[in-house]
Design a protein around this ligand. Structure first.
Ligand SMILES: *Cc1c(COP(=O)(O)O)cnc(C)c1O
Length: 431
């Protein structure tokens, strides 16, 4: 049957018979015989320790998606000529599982991550069914839930802690021709993680480096593709040497330096308005900005605060937050500061949730601006808006506040067919 399938280029396939998509009903589970000891929470370093199991499925242009497997975490064997090693046909996601008050795991808006992964894979011309997505996003989400349930003991049940989930797709075509990969490997690994700020929020410093650009119009900045990240490591190291925590990525527009993102996080500023309310401004999704789930969530809850649908902790319901997706430049930051209007600046993403910004240095052609832009400082390390949105997001994630079905709990049943001993095994560890 498979000979009727033909490649139409760029790893895309066309044919009369539906090629097998990712199918959770074909899942096989092999549990580890030697479960690892879970490290003490206070010793966790972001992404440093992996859980016991991983999810793996591979795509072949003839046989489609393989039966997905959950199996013990471990290395892969790959051909050295694999597309992923040579041409960065790699894409990934970052999401988290939390334990709610009901003791069940929950995921925060996971459909957004699935859709973004499919978009990123498409951008890299990874194998795709014509007229469809590279994989069925609902199927992948169902499989991730099963993996999370199996490794549930790895979700620290402590406020501010969670299980970081890293879905990844890599191109595995083993040939050096510079073209799309028609083979792919999909895998999901899990890593327990603690709060970004262990000893309470501490404002971060950013170096706005004009000569290094993260993303540009027509580029891949709005996709979570691996090739976007490696080129940022050298500028990051140079910034660290000068005493800054992260890079503030800029984009030149006429004579302005537009602010885009900070490190691998989206940015927001809080600016005073004439009417006593606040403007909450983040750069628009113009193709250079990664469409963050945290960014989108903050825009939505700011709007909900202003329309009275919820009240952000610590903020008066009468102090409205007006969300805007609007470009701003270094010169705007400078002007707002000198006018005393710039209240807060913060960076947002799944890993940190909200990181307050305390100081911004600007460097143009290795000449440094004489002084750094210094944001107002707050006793508790975070301004009231940063604090309020952060607390609301965390409360929704940890199931303390239900909002719009964003963070539903689940307890996927593992059927006997999948693994006869899975429930016994789970029973041993799910305390
Ligand atoms: C992942 C990422 C973000 C944050 O996205 P979230 O979905 O909120 O985690 C922001 N910017 C970049 C460049 C990223 O890679």
């Amino acid at each position: 049957m498979n000979s009727e399938w033909k490649s139409v280029g760029n790893g895309h396939l066309e044919g009369p018979i539906p090629i097998p998509d990712l199918d959770p009903s074909k899942l096989t589970i092999t549990l580890t015989k030697s479960p690892k000891a879970i490290p003490a929470p206070e010793t966790l370093i972001f992404g440093g320790v992996m859980s016991d199991h991983m999810l793996v499925a591979s795509f072949d242009p003839v046989s489609g998606w393989s039966a997905p497997e959950i199996k013990p975490y471990g290395p892969f064997t790959l051909d050295p000529a694999s597309s992923c090693f040579q041409y960065a046909t790699n894409t990934f996601e970052g999401m988290k599982a939390y334990i709610g008050p009901d003791g069940a795991p929950r995921l925060f808006r996971p459909a957004k991550n699935m859709a973004r992964l499919a978009r990123s894979a498409e951008r890299l011309a990874l194998p795709k069914f014509i007229g469809r997505q590279p994989f069925n996003p609902d199927a992948l989400l169902e499989l991730i839930k099963k993996l999370v349930v199996i490794d549930q003991r790895w979700i620290p049940n402590i406020e501010g802690y969670s299980l970081y989930i890293r879905p990844t797709i890599i191109g595995t075509r083993s040939a050096l021709g510079v073209s799309a990969s028609d083979h792919a490997l999909l895998y999901v690994i899990l890593s327990p993680t603690g709060p970004y700020f262990r000893t309470g929020p501490k404002p971060i410093s950013l170096l706005a480096a004009a000569e290094n650009v993260r993303a540009w119009p027509g580029g891949t900045g709005s996709h979570k593709v691996a090739g976007n990240y490696a080129p940022g490591f050298l500028p990051q190291r140079i910034a660290a040497k000068q005493g800054y925590d992260q890079i503030l990525w800029l984009l030149r527009d006429e004579n302005e330096w537009k602010v885009t993102e900070a490190g691998a996080m989206n940015v927001f500023v809080v600016v005073d308005r004439e009417d006593g309310d606040f403007d909450l401004i983040t750069p628009p999704l113009d193709g250079t900005i990664l469409p963050g789930v945290t960014r989108d969530s903050i825009l939505a809850i700011a709007k909900a605060h202003t329309t009275g649908k919820l009240t952000l902790p610590g903020l008066s319901p009468t102090r409205c937050l007006h969300p805007h997706e609007r470009a701003f430049a270094i010169s705007d930051l400078d002007r707002w500061l000198s006018e005393g209007k710039l209240r807060e600046m913060f960076a947002v993403g799944t890993a940190a949730v909200v990181a307050p910004v305390g100081r911004v240095g600007f460097q143009d052609d290795l000449k440094k601006l004489a002084r750094d832009l210094v944001l107002p400082s707050y006793e508790a390390g975070m301004g009231p808006v940063s604090r309020g949105v952060r607390q609301m997001i965390v409360d929704i994630q940890e199931g303390k506040f239900e909002w719009d079905g964003w963070c539903g709990s689940f307890n996927e049943r593992l059927t006997l067919r999948e693994h006869g001993n899975a429930s016994n095994w789970l029973g041993r560890f799910s305390t």
